[in-house]
Design a protein around this ligand. Structure first.
Ligand code: NAD
Length: 439
């Protein structure tokens, strides 16, 4: 199949490269000339494991091309995927569809009859209808509009794309169903379930999935608070419930609250959709509040571990990206943590294995260290904010030896209290008995 991908960000680039790897001919379009220029020189705009090799291999085979020229990119495409950003709109939190509609209007000028337009961006229920209307108003005829939400996780994006739990296709005519089936045929052969639904249902399924995962995270975070008050260990509680197949072990890690490019904005957008429909979503509404409060509470934990005040204290922060294996800093829990520490007069020295270049645009007045030990050097406390693998097996004795204050605040529960204490560190985890810093 000949595919055009409009928007070459995390989703567009990964999807485009994977489709090309399936054997399709893909042109990725982006209006960011710097990004396209870099990709044409083999420079990846994002850090994602395995991406560079996949992109280069398929570009060399002539199956993957990059351009800023939408007309050229879309010219012969049988399917045009829209994978532009849908950030939260300032003020009300609704999904901002400016980029989507802008792309559709550009598309309308060149699209040929028989093409299938597919939204891969996360878009609110009814967006497919609006796209259809814009195309109709622009005089476009015989073009189908389908929804194919993406469920990949940054940090494991290629594996997720190639081995999805399911593919959701919202397509209401046989032609678009057939085109999408053909595009995903290699995965179908691998027995990935393909769920064909109505377009509105597919649009809503994406929001429901993200909202449910956000609920799961906030649920275990509240259980963690209870564990601290009643001297129980949330790690064991999570394991105890997660082994139940009806619950499952994933997204049950207590920590500093969810962040990233999807959950915060998608939960807000779902609430807006619900408001417009006149149907309250109390569980999701509460989840958003629980998560916002949680992020704000994290500095209190550091402060308590340091005796009640961070002013004049030096704090080493390990991990800035919103999760491991990505350089994405969008809505990362590290942002309120680091900013509040600085506002309250702490000296912050931070280290992240790959997100420094993004973080430098966000934080001012902090130092960036070259590794975990350099971040901890002379600090009163070290705080693990993102659970990168390289922070999972630090030499704790060495860490203690470079620290001034011998305090380890482990917001990801990476370490055992006993190991930390044996190394001479005062240990503060999350949801781990009365001695946890929240208790
Ligand atoms: P991103 O910001 O990384 O990439 C979007 C790209 O679209 C940018 O490069 C931008 O320059 C480009 N763009 C915007 N308008 C354009 C236009 N008119 N023509 C050409 N290019 C244009 O965003 P992302 O993280 O890839 O997310 C894209 C969508 O996928 C969002 O709706 C998001 O919610 C959804 N999604 C993201 C993830 C994720 O993990 N990042 C996972 C699933 C779904």
């Amino acid at each position: 199949m000949r595919i055009a991908m409009i928007g070459t960000g995390y989703v567009g680039l990964v999807s485009g490269a994977c489709f090309a790897d399936f054997g399709h001919r893909v042109t990725c379009v982006d209006k960011d000339a710097g990004k396209i220029d870099g990709l044409n020189r083999g420079v990846m705009p994002i850090w994602e494991p395995g991406l560079e090799g996949l992109v280069k291999a398929n570009a060399e085979r002539g199956r993957l091309a990059f351009t800023t020229d939408l007309v050229a990119g879309v010219k012969d495409a049988e399917a045009v995927f829209i994978a532009v950003g849908t950030p939260a709109r300032r003020g009300d939190g609704h999904a901002d569809l400016t980029f989507v509609f802008e792309a559709v209007r550009e598309l309308a000028k060149v699209i040929k009859p028989g093409t299938v337009v597919v939204t891969k961006s996360t878009v609110p229920v009814g967006t497919g209808d609006k796209i259809e209307k814009i195309l109709g108003d622009e005089g476009v005829q015989d073009v189908s509009v389908a929804s194919n939400p993406e469920f990949l996780r940054e940090g494991a994006a290629i594996a997720d794309f190639k081995h999805p739990d399911r593919i959701v296709v919202g397509a209401e005519d046989i032609h678009s169903q057939d085109v999408l089936r053909e595009i995903y045929r290699p995965l179908f052969l691998n027995r990935a379930p393909i769920l064909i639904t109505g377009r509105r249902t597919a649009e809503l399924t994406k929001y429901a999935a993200n909202a449910f995962l956000a609920v799961k995270i906030s649920f275990i975070n509240e259980i963690a608070d209870l564990c601290e008050a009643v001297d129980a260990d949330v790690q064991d509680v999570a394991r105890g419930i997660g082994l139940d197949n009806r619950i499952g072990p994933k997204f049950l890690h207590a920590g500093p609250g969810y962040g990233g490019s999807c959950f915060p904005k998608d939960t807000l957008a779902l609430l807006q959709t619900a408001d417009e429909a006149g149907v309250d979503q109390r569980i999701v509404r509460t989840t958003v509040k629980v998560n916002d409060d949680r992020k704000a509470q994290m500095v209190e934990r550091v402060s308590r571990a340091l005796g009640g005040d961070v002013r004049g204290k030096r704090v080493g922060v390990l991990g800035l990206a919103f999760k491991p294996n990505t350089d994405d800093m969008r809505d990362a829990p590290s942002i309120p943590i680091v900013k509040t520490l600085v506002e309250r007069g702490a000296d912050v020295s931070a280290f992240d294995p790959v997100a420094r270049h993004q973080a430098e645009r966000i934080f001012s007045g902090i130092e960036f260290a070259e590794d975990a030990f350099a971040a901890a050097e002379g600090a009163d406390a070290v705080v693990i904010v993102t659970e990168w693998d390289e922070f999972r097996a630090l030499d704790l004795e060495r860490l203690a030896s470079v620290l001034r204050g011998k305090v380890l605040v482990d917001l990801r529960n990476v370490y055992d209290r006993r190991d930390a204490e044996e190394a001479g560190l005062a240990y503060y985890g999350v949801g781990r008995g009365r001695e946890a810093v929240g208790g």
